[in-house]
Each structure stands twice: as C-alpha cells, then as structure tokens.
Write a protein that binds this ligand. Structure first.
Ligand SMILES: Cc1cc2nc3c(=O)[nH]c(=O)nc-3n(C[C@H](O)[C@H](O)[C@H](O)COP(=O)(O)O)c2cc1C
Length: 188
C-alpha cells in the first residue's frame, strides 16, 4: 500500500497535529510505503491568471508528464492519502488549499465528458483527515467536510475517515493532556 502523507503542520515541531499524525502512522502505516509532501517546505503559490493559461495549454497538448503536474500525478497514483492539517479560521491553512488547487487537474486527477460529467481518476481508496482544534467545533469540522466533498464530487475518493481532537486551547495548561487523551481515545 502506497500512502501519501500531506503534511500541513506548519508549526512543525510545535504542532499538536504533527504528534497526532505520528501516532496515526505508527498505528496504521507501519508496513506501508510512505511518501511525504511537507507543504511548508514547498514553494507553492496560488494559481494566478498566467498559471492557468500555462496549465491549460499543457493540458490541451496532453503534456501530462510535464513537471507542472508532478504533484497531481503523485496524488493520483497513491493508494491512500493521509492529510494532517490544524483547524485554522474554520477550516485549514491556506497552504493546503493551494496544494489541492495544484493537484486538481483535468485529465490527471479528474476527467469530464458530456455524458458522464465529472469523473474522479484518483486511485486512493480513502482520505484520512487528521486535525486538532483550539475550541470545540460545532457540528461537522469544515476542513474535513471540504476534503470529503472534494473527494466525492471531483477526485473519485469516496470515503474520508476523520481523526479530530477538539478543545486544545480551552485551557492552555491542559493542552498536552487533551492531546494525549485524544490520541488514546482515537487510536487505541
Ligand atoms: C492562524 C490560526 C487560526 C486558528 N483558528 C482557529 C479557529 O478558527 N477555531 C479554533 O477552534 N481554533 C483555531 N486555532 C487554534 C488551533 O486550531 C489549535 O491551536 C491547534 O491545535 C493548532 O494545531 P497545531 O499545534 O498542529 O498547529 C487557530 C490557530 C491559528 C494559529
């Protein structure tokens, strides 16, 4: 099983979400072939007008092997995709959106046809979405929800499994304990 880990834990060694990710990988991915994309080490930029023109010209010519699509091909070919991202401003850091923008490429991760409409082309059986939140999110976690809808409606990844720990910042003196208890609850 080829697992692609999308690491959006931008606070790196200070990140609680990174601790949750490590615990998850130790429990579920010991024997997996694991590839990491550390988003904070990539120089990803939002797509601007000229990028779209360039991207579309490549797609029109069928140049799917162009380095512009390296991330998209890697994403398409993974057997499972693990995303670790903290809860920021009701969803996740914009860096993850910028990455997903790069990954969503017509002809690579999804296709379109007049008869069938949108068709996901990704191989992964599911997304695993890991996050930690400062407060208690009411209802569904918006970050996880976005990823689930993107998988279902565009990319052909029909399942999203969530591992989310809420309430880390409610009492800063208990942050480490809340994280520890959450990991125990979710992963044991
Ligand atoms: C820029 C930023 C935005 C945040 N937005 C929210 C928020 O909307 N709701 C919330 O409950 N916590 C919010 N938090 C708190 C984080 O979700 C919480 O501290 C989380 O555990 C951080 O994960 P990390 O340690 O992996 O970075 C925010 C933190 C930062 C730095």
């Amino acid at each position: 099983m080829k697992v692609l880990v999308i690491d959006c834990c931008v606070r790196k060694e200070l990140s609680a979400t990174a601790v949750l990710l490590k615990a998850y990988l130790e429990k579920y991915c010991r024997d997996c072939e694991t590839e990491y994309v550390k988003l904070y080490e990539k120089e990803l930029k939002p797509l601007l007008g000229e990028d779209i023109i360039y991207r579309d010209s490549l797609l029109l010519k069928g140049e799917y092997d162009n380095p512009f699509f390296d991330l998209a091909r890697q994403f398409r070919d993974a057997d499972r995709i693990v995303i670790a991202a903290p809860f920021w401003d009701m969803s996740f850091p914009s860096l993850l959106k910028v990455y997903l923008e790069r990954v969503c490429a017509s002809g690579i991760t999804f296709g379109t046809s007049a008869e069938a409409g949108l068709q996901g082309l990704c191989h992964a059986d599911k997304f695993v979405y890991l996050s930690t939140c400062g407060g208690f999110v009411k209802g569904e976690n918006e970050g996880a929800r976005y990823v689930r809808i993107l998988g279902q409606r565009l990319l052909g990844i029909n399942e999203t499994e969530e591992f989310i720990i809420d309430g880390l910042d409610v009492d800063p003196s208990k942050r480490a304990q809340v994280l520890k208890d959450g990991i125990k609850r979710l992963l044991s």
